[in-house]
Design a protein around this ligand. Structure first.
Ligand code: UGA
Length: 454
């Protein structure tokens, strides 16, 4: 490994820290890292770098959030995050401050982890990123490195460099591949670390931050690094739309999609992951990034028509799931009560952004149905559905219901007492949008059961 670093080529090259891990640990100095933005990505990144031994200061403009973090309160549901934040604060390696400059003025590495929401034309809105870069630019210590962790359009490292206006500061792209709910584990045990920069030495310095992480580190140019991020998310979204389309086909031809994807997944070229059909895919990343990649291609003069269909199939899946629920209610929502288990966009998070559950329920809103929902991570109606009733347990949700819709794959739903559920419901009908339940268990109790692709 020692021999590889000095002759590091700028062409895309993959190499691993794993074998020389302990030798590296001895030689790697502790870095000072500023993390700008304490959302899912920033907070996880800051806490994990502190866990790896670096000195980290996380900054946010939200004073209330920083006050809560300084009291050890974690504003999001994220497995294991509370423990490493607590560990970092106790050891003094993790600090929280208001204002980016307060974090950046003493640091060597500056991670930009600010939101890049979808703009009006589908392209990512870079205004938070540009504001943060312009703010810290004049205050950065000489020879420090600014790193884009936010998902940013191809070419954004140049935008950041321009806003920083510092010839002695390098800009590096180091995209994140963190799933909400397992972000800590994904950070500490990644499949790969991708680093993109026109400055080879800066790439190496960023690479050393991950010296204690056993994963291939790939160094490439910034445009390729930014493309890798979008291509990965859009590919996974494509995989899911394909699976949901196969599920629809299975319903038409009488096949069972669970068996079909199992049979497909044994092929190691396809792989077993990301093959679960559902009510459509969502979250704060896939919809936004798939639309953004389509727009990037359009701006580059390429009609990325596969992505148009990937998005269409997803919209159709929301429509189809809503239609199944309406059928389970007897064809009309008027005067009926619908029980819903699950509102978040997937299990293990409290995030409701672009949730498939909300997409489906919004389609049912005008049918006149009364909606009573339970989700272990949610205690108030979502902004899009202010009129639905939220209850504190799954059994209260099904009380007097004419149908039950399972929209999020929370594991606890599988282990409930279905005799009690059957007793409580007015009509025994289940639409299982995640194929979560053992259908024979509920059908034995007199339920009609409609899953996905079976
Ligand atoms: C996604 C990517 O998986 C991460 O690698 C990436 O870093 C992140 O976006 C990001 O860009 O920040 P996340 O949004 O947390 O992570 O959600 P996923 O676990 O990927 O799930 C996305 C959607 O697909 C959810 O609605 C989920 O229920 C659905 N899904 C996932 C399925 O319907 N079936 C599956 O088999 C897997």
């Amino acid at each position: 490994m020692r021999a590889i670093w000095p002759s590091l080529p700028i062409d895309p090259t993959v190499y691993s820290f794993t074998e020389q891990k302990f030798e590296f640990e001895a030689r790697i100095p502790v870095a000072t890292i500023a993390v700008i933005g304490t959302g899912y990505v920033g907070l996880t990144t800051g806490a994990c770098f502190a866990h790896l031994g670096h000195d980290v200061i996380c900054a946010d403009i939200d004073e209330h959030k920083i006050a809560r973090l300084n009291k050890g309160e974690i504003p999001i549901v994220e497995q294991g995050l509370d423990k490493i934040v607590e560990e970092g604060m106790r050891s003094g390696k993790l600090k929280f401050v208001v204002g980016a400059i307060n974090a950046s003025k003493h640091a060597e590495f500056h991670y930009l982890c600010v939101p890049t929401p979808q703009g009006g034309d589908g392209a990512a809105d870079l205004s938070y990123l540009e504001i943060a870069a312009a703010e810290i630019g004049p205050h950065l210590p000489a020879n420090s490195i600014v790193i884009n962790k936010s998902t940013v359009p191809v070419g954004s490292t140049r935008v950041v460099a321009k806003k920083l206006n510092r010839s002695d500061v390098s800009v590096v792209s180091n995209p994140e591949f963190l799933r909400e709910g397992t972000a800590v584990s994904d950070f500490l045990n990644p499949d790969r670390v991708v680093i993109g920069s026109e400055d080879q030495e800066a790439s190496i310095r960023v690479g050393t931050l991950y010296a204690k992480v056993a994963a291939p580190v790939m160094v490439t140019d910034p445009v390729s690094a930014e493309t890798i991020k979008y291509a990965s998310n859009a590919f996974l979204a494509t995989k899911l739309s394909f699976v949901n389309a196969i599920a629809t086909l299975c319903e038409r031809v009488g096949a069972d999609v669970n068996d079909v994807v199992l049979g497909m997944g044994y092929d190691t070229r396809i792989g077993k992951q990301f093959l679960r059909p559902g009510p459509g895919w969502g979250g704060s990343c896939f919809p936004k990034d798939t639309i953004a990649l389509h727009k990037i291609a359009e701006d580059a003069g390429y009609d990325f028509s596969i992505l148009t269909e990937v998005l269409n199939v997803n919209t159709q899946q929301f429509d189809r799931t809503a239609a199944k629920v309406l059928t389970a209610l007897g064809g009309s929502g008027a005067g009926k009560r619908l029980a819903v288990w699950g509102l978040t966009f997937k299990a293990g998070t409290d995030d409701l952004r672009d949730s498939p559950s909300i997409e489906v329920l919004t389609r049912l809103q005008d049918s006149g149905v009364e909606i009573v929902a339970y989700d272990p991570a949610i205690d108030a109606p979502p902004r899009e559905l202010p009129d639905i009733k939220i209850v504190a347990d799954p059994y209260s949700a099904v009380e007097g219901a004419d149908a039950l819709a399972i929209m999020t794959e929370w594991d606890e739903f599988r282990w409930l007492d279905f005799d009690q559920v059957a007793e409580a419901m007015n009509n025994r009908a289940i639409v299982d949008g995640r194929n979560l339940l053992d259908r024979s268990v509920v059908m034995r109790r007199g339920f009609t059961y409609v899953g996905v692709g079976r």
